[in-house]
Design a protein around this ligand. Structure first.
Ligand SMILES: NC(=O)c1ccc[n+]([C@@H]2O[C@H](COP(=O)([O-])OP(=O)(O)OC[C@H]3O[C@@H](n4cnc5c(N)ncnc54)[C@H](O)[C@@H]3O)[C@@H](O)[C@H]2O)c1
Length: 444
């Protein structure tokens, strides 16, 4: 069986030509992502942390021994074919922005200097009421209405395509977390949303304008922050109407990723939870923005939902009713992008005896986020070519607050998310689903 090409279930368009990746935001995450891709293309780094580049996928029976690399199984854009562009209210090019972000060391940036200098951000749609605490925000579009601003973003996308000879584009939001906005009438239907844009309604934050502009241009949109953006009824409607894949929200990197690894383990063994206290110190610009309580509220909502959904206290009240869950982020400049997180987990075992787990995670936020940006961009482009549209639940694997169809609980368990991702790839490529039943190996 090995080497037999699978029969695709759907007519998947090939990944010919270049793929443009546009990021609203050219800060720590975006520059680490772009520099990393270029370094990999030059053979100087390995794509560590990226499923599209490094993971394999098992096909058929275990005895078939077919486990190709995902990138050899699924027609994904090649790294050589990627072209980058960005919007940012701070006018720094990617080299200056990367140096200021302080994630990558000079010895890694210097060889890429010319390449990074060439990536200059387009003027952003920016309003300091939604992101306080940023300075030097001079690279900003002007317009009478929010609709005008969004139309300028559409024009940017068309110009970017023409300038770079690119026929496919995907967008990944790598800009700051905005202040908390609850879904309201302005987000309820597409017609109401478009009216609200024209009336400069405060419920329409810049992130939503980027999302609208991308969908109007047929550009798949991935939302790396907890902002509403595409997670509104109006934009889900637009994505479905236009046949464009969307996904979000909020990259699942450090502490929340750990939660979605440990919590399924506790639940699998039916161990109880009395409380989970998480605290972080970080000193990057993201930390500074999150120091504003209104931006932190958006992040907190995204971080808190994870444990309840995994542990299901309503089904397991003896184990998980009323556990206490506290999340703190403390801005502490000396640490830069090198976050340190502490988790104290109070668990409960046999006969109610308490135990504790302590996790001390010294992570680098943008180093964890960069491969997620790459995978989301490549998988979203693939989804578009495979005719998928609207919410891509199979990309939940990458998000803290995964989007799901109305009435569905989002899936947070990392291992279920991984199975869903791989089974979606198998499904799209006409391969059998893997159930892990395995009884056939024991039939006499
Ligand atoms: N690094 C991680 O592990 C991680 C995990 C989850 C989510 N995120 C989110 O990813 C985003 C980026 O993180 P970062 O560390 O790169 O932050 P950063 O502050 O270094 O970069 C964000 C950039 O976005 C720009 N920006 C702000 N508003 C904008 C707008 N309206 N249009 C275009 N650009 C705008 C800022 O000027 C800044 O350059 C944040 O929202 C963060 O919460 C990061």
């Amino acid at each position: 069986m090995q080497g037999t090409p699978p029969t695709p279930r759907t007519n998947i368009r090939p990944a010919t030509g270049k793929l443009g990746i546009l990021t609203p935001g050219l800060g720590a995450v975006a520059t680490t992502f772009i520099a990393g891709v270029e370094s990999i293309r030059r053979g100087k780094s390995k794509p560590i942390g990226s499923l599209t580049q490094m993971a394999t996928i098992r096909l058929g029976k275990r005895t078939d021994r077919r486990s190709p690399l995902i990138k050899e199984f699924v027609p994904l854009a090649a790294l050589e074919d990627l072209v980058f562009g960005a919007w940012d209210p701070i006018p720094d090019d990617a080299l200056t922005a990367a140096r200021k972000a302080g994630v990558l060391e000079e010895r890694d940036l210097e060889p890429l200097a010319d390449f990074l200098r060439g990536i200059v951000p387009m003027k952003a749609v920016f309003d300091s009421r939604y992101v306080t605490r940023l300075t030097n925000t001079t690279n900003v579009k002007q317009g009478k209405t929010k609709r005008d601003l969004a139309e300028q973003l559409r024009q940017d996308i068309r110009d970017f395509k023409e300038r770079n000879g690119v026929d496919r584009v995907v967008a990944v939001w790598c800009a700051s977390t905005e202040t908390f906005i609850k879904p309201g009438p302005a987000h309820a239907t597409l017609a109401q949303f478009e009216r609200a844009m024209e009336q400069n309604d405060d419920a329409i934050a810049p992130s939503i304008l980027y999302a609208w502009a991308c969908l109007m241009e047929g550009v798949p949109y991935c939302n790396g922050a907890p902002n509403l953006a595409v997670d509104t009824a109006a934009l889900i409607e637009l994505a479905n109407d236009r046949g464009v894949p969307i996904s979000g929200k909020d990259f699942k990197t450090g502490q929340t990723w750990m939660k979605t690894v440990i919590a399924p383990g506790l639940k699998a063994r039916m161990l109880g939870l009395a409380g989970w206290y998480s605290t972080n110190i970080l000193g990057n610009r993201d930390g500074e923005v999150l120091d504003d309580p209104a931006s932190f509220k958006t992040k907190e909502e995204s971080k808190l939902s994870v444990l309840h959904t995994i542990l299901q206290p309503e089904i397991y009240p003896d184990l998980y009713k009323d556990f206490s869950h506290v999340v703190r982020i403390n801005y502490y400049p000396p640490r830069g992008d090198n976050k340190e997180g502490w988790d104290n987990i109070d668990i409960v075992g046999w006969m109610g005896y308490p135990m504790q787990i302590k996790v001390n995670f010294l992570c680098r936020d943008s180093i964890l986020a960069a491969p997620i940006v790459l995978d989301l961009a490549l998988f979203s482009d693939f989804a578009m070519r495979a005719g998928m549209k609207g919410i891509q639940e199979w990309l939940s694997f990458y998000y803290k607050s995964p989007m799901a169809a109305a009435g569905l609980q989002p899936e947070h368990d990392l291992f279920i998310q991984q199975t869903k991702l791989k089974n979606t790839l198998r499904h799209l490529m006409g391969e059998e689903q893997i159930t892990h039943l395995g009884l056939e190996y024991y039939a006499s």
